[in-house]
Ligand binder design. Structure first.
Ligand code: UDP
Length: 489
């Protein structure tokens, strides 16, 4: 029987320690805070993390947010990591697995904290629920043991995470000499090529550190009561159906939950320069190039890309980061890594704009001058691009980006893959021809741009308040289910 009085709700959120996880968790927390604001239930939302990540989370919250932050004890040096290495962003790729492994030490402090929270809210009218990260797969078990409803919030799409899950659990590429293979439990994903596996996957033999971590973590997902995906049902049905089939628990698409466009990370002068430059360009005339917050390309690739952008005769904005393997301690001088005279030429002709390290991506994607996004296919970048109807030129490099690229190109039809992987052999001419294919009046280009406009509309309808779209329903159903579960306990 439902209570006559509204339940108080305590939502505890625990993202993994990486910007790419923290930012979507914050966006979800803010969405939940807004949703619950006008309801009779009193809702307290807390986010948990390690000491050095708490300020990072705080800097992503608006000053008037009521979301509270809770620190769990963690000392990276206890785990053989450099002092203050508490976030993927401050680590070389080779140490990422060590941080993943070290995060398992948060299990007992998390259990103690949850017990304390349960005690504080121990009355008939309170519901406590946990929203955890898929890399913290042990959260589900702890919650089950102490009788707390828990779900995973995946900052990745369901198709990408589904491929990732299946490959790590089964290592199917080890069973075949062919270059392509199907996933036994996820054949509807289509053929995967060995070149679409990141280097850790490709080299895995089942006893390496990554395999060992994944085999401990992924089975833990079945202890959770449900899954929330930062995705849209209309574009990610294949992956969502897969998770429903293999987990047997509710799977809700609730995305895109994105950082609000007025939440600025970069400098104000860069924003103004970018806006002024875009304002001066014709509609749909600009290629935007950015490889996310962590990835960069080889210097040889930078030279090919620079030549391609110049000879494509298209306008472009390129977010340039130091090339792979180069650590820039002082001022980052882009000229050192680009063809001679490149920056002067493109500045003089106003053909291109180089932005160092960090650009206001959402502002760029939402500007009418932007035509196509050459992207590493990180899931946030994809969602931001689709939300603004901008088609993609894919250059996936790591993690599940390769599978995101497959989804966008083969299943949705809004992307053309330009290159694949960090060590690929890509030449200027191929990049030019793909840029022209998507931007010019070719059959492929017209079709892709049309599809991107359609997807923008689907995404809008899924999320807009009052339209009862799939993502609004997803979040409502999840909250309803969480309350019902408490009553059953
Ligand atoms: N981003 C940005 N400016 C940049 C680079 C990245 O605003 O110059 C933001 C981008 O809008 C997105 C996030 O950083 O929200 C990158 O996330 P994604 O999942 O695409 O890739 P990751 O950085 O996690 O590889």
């Amino acid at each position: 029987m439902a209570d006559a009085k509204p339940r108080n709700l305590r939502i505890v959120m625990f993202p993994f320690m990486a910007q790419g996880h923290i930012i979507p968790f914050v966006a979800l927390a803010l969405r939940l805070e807004k949703m619950m604001m006008n309801r009779a239930n009193k809702t307290i939302i807390s986010m948990i993390n390690t000491p050095l990540n708490i300020p990072k989370i705080r800097s992503n919250l608006p000053p008037d947010s009521s979301i509270s932050l809770i620190e769990l004890p963690f000392n990276s040096s206890d785990h053989g990591l450099p002092h203050d290495a508490e976030n993927f962003d401050s680590l070389p790729y080779s140490l990422v697995i060590s941080l993943l492994e070290a995060s398992r030490s948060l299990r007992e402090p998390f259990r103690d904290l949850m017990k304390k929270i349960l005690k504080e809210g121990d009355d008939e009218l309170s519901s406590v629920m946990v929203i955890g990260d898929f890399f913290l797969g042990w959260i589900g078990k702890v919650c089950k043991e102490i009788g707390v409803y828990s779900v995973i919030f995946s900052a990745s799409g369901a198709f990408g995470l589904g491929c990732y899950r299946s490959i790590w659990l089964n290592l199917p590429h080890k069973e075949t000499k062919q270059d392509q293979f199907l996933l036994d439990d996820f054949p509807e994903a289509g053929e995967i090529e060995k070149t679409q596996l990141n280097s850790f996957m490709l080299e895995a033999d089942g006893s390496d550190d990554w395999s060992v971590f994944m085999k401990k973590t992924i089975p833990g997902w079945s202890d959770f009561d449900g899954f929330l995906f930062n995705t849209v049902a209309e574009i990610d049905q294949i992956g969502l159906s897969y998770f429903r089939r293999i987990t047997g628990v509710p799977v809700w698409p609730v995305g895109p939950v994105l950082n609000s466009p007025d939440k600025k990370v970069g400098s104000r002068s860069t924003e103004e320069a970018v806006k002024a430059w875009l304002d001066s360009k014709p509609d749909h005339s600009v290629v935007y190039v950015c490889f996310g917050s962590m990835n960069s390309i080889l210097q040889t690739h930078m030279l090919e890309l620079a030549m391609a952008l110049e000879s494509s005769e298209k306008n472009f904005i390129w977010v340039v980061r130091p090339p792979i393997g180069v650590e820039v301690k002082s001022e980052f001088d882009v000229k050192e890594y680009l063809p001679e005279g490149f920056e002067e030429r493109i500045t003089r002709t106003e053909r291109g704009l180089i932005v160092k390290k960090w650009a206001p991506q959402v502002d760029i994607l939402s500007h009418k001058a932007t035509c196509v996004f050459l992207s590493h296919c990180g899931w946030n970048s994809i969602l931001e691009s689709l939300s603004h109807g901008v088609p993609l030129l894919g250059w996936p490099m790591a993690a599940e980006q390769f599978f995101n690229s497959i989804l966008m190109e083969k299943h949705i039809g809004v992307s053309v893959e330009v290159a694949r992987g960090k060590r690929c052999d890509i030449k200027c001419d191929e990049i030019v021809s793909k840029i022209k294919l998507v931007m010019e009046e070719t059959e492929v280009g017209k079709e892709i741009r049309k599809k991107a406009r359609e997807v923008k509309e689907l995404v809008r309808r899924a999320t807009e308040d009052g339209l009862n779209g799939s993502s609004v329903i997803g979040l409502e159903e999840f909250l309803g289910q969480a309350m019902v579960k408490k009553e059953e306990n």
